[in-house]
Design a protein. Structure first.
Length: 323
């Protein structure tokens, strides 16, 4: 019988990411449904907002602390979490399907001899076991998957399972376990990020641009609309391959998978690889002069028009409303 589920939390620069709270919520729900003990574990050095976990249902957190693990290390994180999972006899490990989760989850599964279901968009426990739904064939179909292994590793798509504060929130019992010199085959020495820019993987609103913008200098139209909405800027693969935008902004099968409340696609035709990364957005708005573009097939709202004419007007109208 399974007895424990571990929510593996992601932190960046000493702060738990929003996806960490989503992981806590769904892990606690599974624990309630399957009569498991739920616990959270986070690897890092100083973490300033760790007490906030109690608001989301889980009130037991283990902080595996090491100055050498302040930044992500695949070997160091894997070793620390595997050791703790074995020590506590946890049968379920749950992570967010971020870049870190995509890298770490398969490593944990191999070492635990566990089944691994990635990028889940729904978890059903009505049958007394976990049945996970995940996209396949670049998002063209969904498949329900269940485990046949004793140990289980699950990653959930960010922004799909909302972080909701629990009715029975309580003070968090935090256990700090300091470890010595971890096994670091690689080490992050410095992280550089664009100042003041939202990460598309974390953003609730995203404005993305594609080849329809014709040149890098025209991306100011996307940036201005994003600024008016408080949104992140995204890009299609063609735009990134052309060198117009950094890879960190790429949305799609070979970029980041996003599920914001609002996704605005500007001059993006809707290649299947792009739609695989954003089709689970709550609302999709497409702006494209080609009325037959595939993006309109999944859009909730569509504007068949020239982005160079539509975006300035749309930006101006949003600014008026916000004033």
């Amino acid at each position: 019988m399974a007895n424990k589920i571990l929510a593996v939390l992601e932190q960046r620069e000493g702060l738990l990411k929003r996806s960490a709270f989503e992981t806590v919520c769904i892990a606690q729900k599974i624990a309630n449904d399957l009569n498991l003990e739920a616990e959270a574990v986070v690897v890092g050095n100083e973490i300033s907002n760790i007490n906030e976990i109690g608001k989301y249902g889980i009130n037991k957190v283990t902080h595996i602390k090491s100055a050498e693990l302040e930044n992500y290390s695949s070997s160091g994180y894997k070793e620390a979490i595997i050791n703790y999972a074995n020590e506590t006899n946890a049968d379920y490990l749950m992570l967010s399907n971020t870049s870190l989760g995509k890298d770490l989850a398969p490593r944990l599964a191999v070492k635990l001899d566990a089944g691994c279901i990635m990028d889940c968009i729904n978890i059903d426990t009505s049958s007394g076991e976990v049945v996970a739904t995940r996209p396949v064939y670049a998002g063209k179909a969904l498949v329900d998957v269940k485990f046949s292994s004793t140990k289980k590793v699950i990653t959930i798509r960010p922004n799909v399972f909302k972080a909701v504060t629990a009715d029975n929130s309580a003070d968090v019992e935090i256990t700090v376990t300091e470890i010595g010199s971890p096994n670091l085959k690689t080490k992050v020495t410095e992280i550089k990020k664009a100042e003041g820019k939202l990460d598309v993987a974390e953003a609730d609103i995203i404005v993305s641009g594609g080849r329809g913008l014709k040149a890098a200098e025209h991306f100011n139209l996307v940036e201005e609309l994003a600024d008016s909405l408080g949104a992140a800027v995204g890009a299609s693969r063609a735009v990134v391959d052309a060198g117009w935008r950094p890879h960190s902004e790429q949305v799609g099968q070979t970029g980041k998978t996003v599920s914001p409340s609002l996704y605005i696609a500007c001059g993006i035709s809707g290649a299947i690889q792009h739609m695989a990364g954003m089709s689970s957005s709550k609302y999709i708005v497409a702006i494209n002069k080609d009325k037959d573009a595939p993006i309109f097939n999944i859009a909730d709202y569509g504007i068949a028009g020239d982005v160079f004419e539509v975006l300035p007007v749309l930006t101006e109208e949003i600014k008026k409303i916000k004033q």
